[in-house]
Design a binder for this molecule. Structure first.
Ligand code: ACM
Ligand code: ZN
Length: 768
């Protein structure tokens, strides 16, 4: 049924005149594009013609999309307005030529994939609303006259989604696949097993999902999810129709605890473990000394190789803690039998890891697959035909290419870890760290100069971004981190270096944003940040000036009356001056009118807090400790039994666990005393402890939040001298983080105007 048909041509709104639809907005930018002066208009009489019946899937795909948004019938006709032709003279499996004139549209390619990409580019020449799943009535669908000759810079352009730490539903994956296909990403790598979960059904080993797909946190709450083999077939087929290959990853021999929880015989000791509910690395790994381990991997790989038709299989190989192998009799026997002795290049346990990886490669070859591994697989010697994913910088990739091995570049340092913060951590929703603004991702060049000089650049097969999911608790936040940075990756992987232009890419993103709106994607919009010191609480004594900018140029709107800023709110044009208390609520606005998340900054007029009249008597702080389990500070009021002692510095308030595997030790601790402020000033505080109070006023408040990279610090105007301080620490478990995991116990401070944070040191602490 056609819901609408743009019947009248007299009063049509020109969508193409909306600012985000102006110019050419293709992402990734093509190899060559020449624009003419004419315009093609897609109207109700448009039709599609194909040179051969085998082109039907591509035509159906796009006809369906365009019918939905335009309401036009788009019937198939031999001499269609839009013509798709297989043309063997267009060289390259992904290449295409596209010609748009006033009279029609012609796409030529030697493959279906090329035609798919050519049509994808044509859709990007039309107004962004062409992606709408619903009919956009009464508009003129125009595309500029162009001639495009296009093919990718690299054959491999990928995204890795970590579905172990947080699962993504089949529908969620399809949404990613649709979007990725539209930007010519051709590989989706699924990280399917880790310490925290096993996410694919294996018929021969049912406990892998029965046990391995569920984790129970320290409060007894279960988290679970996995793909059945039918789910996998559905996802693989959906991706195939969009010319995306799915690469499965089973991470061995480290990052394998979920499988060990299901089948303890896989590890060195055979001990029973639970699937891990916290983030981090743990010294429980597969035992390459045991034949049963390889037999099970064979069974797992056999089923998975049948499910995933692509050429590659990823075996992980990263971050394997090898300490246990040094004392495992099975591992030691293997080292003896195989002569894996330490030499000048490699240790025996590194060679044992390489032995395990090489055996994985032999199993995979039997099932017709090529093996990929993270760059650690180099450490004990590289398996014969392995492809290496270089994530710890480019060194592993360079070393592999020099040995004539294929390489996928995916360095965290090159902006390819798109779970990292994409703006200032004070302004962004919680992530576990890092800083990768989209400009950094965009500027990455996967071919190192060294390889060009050595004539080995052809081994760089492409580029991939990775989205690790420890801190991506929902599918929405995965989308927020992945988009739009993956659009930058698409251009890194496709567009010739000489055509890349970040300013123009930023402009094109405004059009891409509307397309993502049509798909319901929760993409990131730059959040207003203070360019000098980004903080959410600003203290001042006379007056202060608060300035905002965004990571790419963007309109900002704000309110000062506590209401939510909207399109009608004041537009930020110059720094805001305050003489009294205030609350700034500010957000960015895209040319489409879509707004980003609201940033809230509290501005507070303070008077300098006088210091204590007398110097406290004793060095150190008073400590009250109780091995009681609390989640929030408010619950500490009910703690009956405290053990009192004296602390000589703040740091030992955090009791570090000895055994990294063991669970959280729950306790509460409160340190009380005085802190010496070296000079009058406005001081900002930071700590990963739960709460810090100075002079009776809140200085840090992480209550109820994961206690890593604190962003809940406040500022205080303090006179020189001794001020009361209270440090409260709850050892708990929030968002997969043990509050001791990333907490050194320190309280840091800095005076306004200073860059560097200082720790409060032992000689600054006293009590009465
Ligand atoms: C990795 O980030 N461990 C590959
Ligand atoms: Zn072992």
């Amino acid at each position: 049924m056609i819901a609408c048909a743009g019947l009248c041509s007299c009063n049509k709104e020109k969508l193409s005149e909306r600012i985000y639809n102006q110019g050419i907005n293709v992402i990734p930018a093509p190899e060559q594009i020449a624009q003419g002066s004419g315009t093609f208009v897609l109207d109700k009489d448009a039709s599609i013609g194909i040179s051969h019946d085998s082109l039907q899937p591509v035509v159906s795909f796009y006809a369906q999309k365009m019918r939905a948004s335009t309401g036009f019938g788009l019937p198939q006709k031999e001499d269609g307005t839009i013509r798709l032709t297989i043309d063997k003279t267009v060289t390259g499996n992904e290449a295409y030529q596209l010609r748009v004139t006033e009279d029609g549209v012609e796409v030529r390619a030697s493959s279906l994939r090329g035609l798919f990409y050519g049509m994808g580019t044509f859709l990007q020449l039309l107004p962004a609303e062409i992606e709408s799943p619903e009919c956009v009535d009464g508009v003129e669908w125009t595309a500029p006259e162009v001639e495009v000759t296009d093919s990718p810079r690299f054959p491999y352009r990928g995204l890795m989604l970590d579905v172990t730490r947080h699962f993504i539903s089949v529908e969620g994956l399809k949404k990613h696949i649709d979007m990725l296909a539209s930007i010519k990403i051709n590989t989706l790598h699924l990280h399917l097993s880790d310490y925290q979960g096993w996410r694919v059904e294996i018929k021969k080993y049912p406990l892998l999902t029965e046990v391995g797909s569920r984790r129970i946190d320290e409060y007894g709450k279960e988290y679970s999810g996995y793909y059945t083999q039918d789910d996998i077939r559905e996802i693989v087929e959906y991706a195939r129709e969009r010319f995306i290959t799915i690469i499965p990853e089973i991470d061995v021999p480290g990052h394998s605890l979920a499988a060990i929880a299901a089948y303890p015989e896989l590890s060195c000791t055979g001990e029973k473990y639970e699937v891990m509910s916290r983030w981090g690395r743990f010294p429980v790994v597969f035992c390459p000394g045991k034949e049963v381990m390889f037999e099970m991997l064979d069974g797992i790989f056999a089923e998975m190789c049948a499910l995933f038709p692509g050429p590659y299989f990823h075996i992980g190989g990263d971050e394997c803690p090898k300490e246990v192998w040094k004392t495992c009799p099975h591992c030691q026997k293997r080292i003896q039998e195989e002569g894996l002795w330490t030499d000048s290049k490699h240790s025996s346990v590194d060679k044992l890891q390489s032995y395990a990886i090489a055996r994985c490669e032999r199993i995979l070859k039997k099932y017709g697959k090529r093996m990929i591994g993270w760059d650690e697989i180099l450490e004990g010697g590289l398996a014969p035909d392995a492809t290496v994913m270089s994530w710890r910088g480019e060194a592993g990739g360079i070393a592999s290419a020099l040995m004539d091995h294929d390489v996928i570049m995916t360095p965290a340092s090159g902006g390819m870890y798109i779970d990292y913060y994409q703006g200032n951590s004070q302004a962004e929703p919680f992530a576990w760290g890092g800083y990768v603004p989209i400009s950094k991702t965009y500027s990455y060049n996967p071919v190192p100069d060294t390889l060009v000089q050595m004539g080995k650049e052809q081994y760089i097969r492409g580029v991939q971004a990775n989205a690790w999911a420890e801190c991506m608790y929902t599918e929405d936040i995965v989308e927020y981190r992945v988009y739009p940075r993956i659009l930058a990756v698409a251009e890194v992987g496709w567009t010739p270096l000489k055509n890349k232009d970040f300013a123009d890419f930023s402009r094109r993103l405004n059009n891409a944003a509307v397309r993502m709106d049509c798909r319901g994607i929760n993409y990131h919009i730059p959040v207003p940040e203070q360019p000098d010191y980004c903080r959410n609480h600003v203290a001042f004594t006379d007056s202060t000036v608060v300035q905002f900018s965004t990571s790419r140029p963007m309109k900002m709107v704000y309110t000062l009356d506590g209401t939510e800023p909207g399109l009608q709110s004041a537009v930020y044009t110059e720094p805001l001056v305050f003489r009294e208390n205030g609350t700034i609520k500010i957000r960015s606005v895209l040319p489409s009118g879509r707004m980003g998340i609201v940033r809230e900054v509290e501005v507070e007029r303070q008077t300098f807090l006088p210091a204590s009249a007398e110097e406290p008597e004793h060095e150190g702080l008073r400590l009250r400790f109780s091995p009681t389990r609390c989640l929030y500070v408010s619950e500490m009021a009910d703690v009956k039994e405290w053990k009192d002692s004296i602390l000589t510095s703040i740091e030992p308030i955090v009791k570090l666990r000895k055994n990294k595997y063991s669970g959280v030790e729950f306790y509460v601790a409160v340190a009380d005393g005085y802190f010496y402020v070296p000079e009058d000033g406005i001081y900002e505080f930071s700590s990963n402890n739960t709460r810090i109070t100075v002079g009776g006023r809140l200085a840090v408040d992480n209550d109820g939040k994961p206690q890593i990279n604190s962003k809940y610090g406040r500022s205080l105007a303090l006179c020189k001298g001794w001020h009361s301080i209270k440090v409260e620490q709850i050892s708990n478990f929030i968002g997969g983080w043990n509050s001791q995991q990333r907490n050194d116990g320190a309280v840091r401070f800095r005076k306004y105007g200073e860059q560097a944070w200082k720790r409060i040191t032992a000689d600054q602490l006293k009590y009465n």
